[in-house]
Write a protein that binds this ligand. Sequence first.
Ligand SMILES: CCCCCCCCCCCCC/C=C/[C@@H](O)[C@H](CO[C@@H]1O[C@H](CO)[C@@H](O)[C@H](O)[C@H]1O)NC(=O)CCCCCCCCCCCCCCCCC
Length: 674
Amino acid sequence: MDTGDDGAAVFGCIPTPISPTRVRSLGLARACGARGVDANSLRAVCTVSRSVELNDSRALQTWAWRRRYIILCGGTLFIFRDHDAVEPAEAVEMVCVSTGVAARVSLEPSDDGICLRIDTPGEARTLLLRGPGAEEGQRWMEALVRGGAWPCEQYSPSGGATGADVVSDAMRAHSITVDFLTLSPLFSAGGLGESDDAVILLAPAQGIEVPSSSGLLGLQLEVELRQRQPPVASTAVPPTRPSGGMAGFAPLAALLAALGAVLAALSCSADGAATAAPGRLPDSASVDVASVELLLDGLHGDVDAIAAFVASSGLTSSLSLSLFALAAVLALVAGLSSRQLWAHCTAEKPLLPPEASIPPAEKEARVEQHEPRVRAPPLTPAREPAPSLPDADAGAVAAQEPAEARAEALPEGATSAESDLVPAAAAASAAPAPAPAPVVAPPATLLATGAQALRGALAPSGKLRDVAALLSAIEASLVPLLSSFGPSMAFAAQNDARNVRKVRAAASAAAAAPDTASLQDGVDRLLSHEVASGCHKPAEKSAVLADPSAAIGLTWLSRSLRFICMWMEGVCAGGAPVDAAAATKRYREAMSAAYEASLAPYHGWLNRNIFNGCAKHAPGYASLIATLAPTADEATREALVLMDMADFATAAAPVADAVEAALARAKLVDSRRA
Ligand SMILES: CCCCCCCCCCCCC/C=C/[C@@H](O)[C@H](CO[C@@H]1O[C@H](CO)[C@@H](O)[C@H](O)[C@H]1O)NC(=O)CCCCCCCCCCCCCCCCC
């Protein structure tokens, strides 16, 4: 293996036989689920360097490249200090579970070639991995993107930056904060066994002690994660688990229960009974161990547990998510360290394979729904910062709703706010909703598909067809569009999906009632049924809507649609932007204008900060174009997307108009902030 001037290993096959310690790392890699890794396929590692604290006493010149072993498993970079490390010194997530923000990766010029730049979630930190050749670098990029990172365009702060500029910019722009370890989504869909993306990189360690700035927290909460399903009989060595028993739960459980009660109480007192979810709001007594287990499983990245917790908490979505976000921080404070993450990562079997908890029918739907995974787009020049909205609060905690939150298949005994509907509806809403229509990404853009679906919601007269057609149109347009942006948009996608479920559940409830309003009836009839039921307080200007209900679901779906429609109209106005800077400016301004017009009047502090937090880390214009037309030809992609964007907006506006008009006719316009 050739080495650089400071002995830094550079990428390339290792011609020399692998030393025993490397075989050990091979074992680690295999334990991590990497397949097809053998002695000859090991790659020399690039090196990991760190941007130094801005106020760090060391001057630039003392800053050096350091060498580490890096193993990428799924969405987690495990960084080892040397050959013999049994556990990683650090675990860096490509997607922060508690905020949903994804790391950003790009290939940059470096002081001796190119390097991989990773801006960890929340921009807390920049890692530069030196040395990959272009091909290796692209491979790394793709593996990191498959792990949930966002591919970004090359970072060129001053145009034509040199490697040294990139390095010094990385240092100036990003200092290491106490970036506590986020919990690894080790049990995300597919589990570790499929992490054939593991990229194994080894380098002779130099033994340089790197001050641990990863904020490994001292507190050790002995936590034992128990499988909720009966253990699968297996000859495999049981996964190594941190010691401790359920007793370790006690303080955390009590704290979470208290948090749940406080948040629930705050929600009721702040907004009066109106926003109190008709479902049971758990108090400290009723946040039982099962919920805490779900929560803790979720904190270990089991998105299904997160979903089940959110759905079963009985809290409203933003409350349960903020409780979850708080719990995530608590769990981190409790010190679930990379050691514990690694123990999970190398466990023979994921503690809680998500598949075990998904009914087969839904699993198929998911596979269909997720087959057209958007591949990492090729790199394009000129990286732009993501647009930010006014008074963006970078510190906003955006509790990340999992990409596949499920309310239908709730764990037994759990309740969902929806199950407080009329019994017939409860059965309808608790029973697995029909699997969403499989989304097949169109050859051109998701926007074209979405526009076509939205047109299906309207009769030739321009009026809304029945409720079923409206819901199908939204499920085939909004949800896949938002889902195509990966984890950072999952929360928004689930927000819309949940509202579709609310409307569907209400329509099913109505069908059980004598006046036969149902999915096959128009929106007016469904809203009239709800007004007659007395669940809302109709008013000309500020009605108070029951939640869950068809009216509240339709209200927020129309707002979501309106926001996207206005944003697209703003981006398309004036034709193709003259250059990347103009495109970014227009993209940012249009988002801000659309938000202020369509959502800001109805967002309280929490939602505004969730929105700003997500928007701040959203992909830039170029990434957006690439994501919306992943298979289109590079030369025509932007024009195609802008054309389809205009088409989508043209199709979406009358749908939003029709829903808003129906709510106005029923005197169910709710202008309160959520
Ligand atoms: C390229 C992508 C860039 C995206 C940048 C914007 C990021 C937005 C992220 C969304 C954050 C969601 C914030 C808040 C969500 C909800 O809390 C809020 C209120 O929820 C409602 O609460 C009620 C009371 O509790 C409850 O009863 C109801 O059920 C519940 O829904 N919901 C909303 O504010 C609704 C709108 C959500 C935001 C949708 C924005 C989606 C932006 C992505 C657009 C990507 C599509 C391409 C656009 C291209 C344009 C050039």
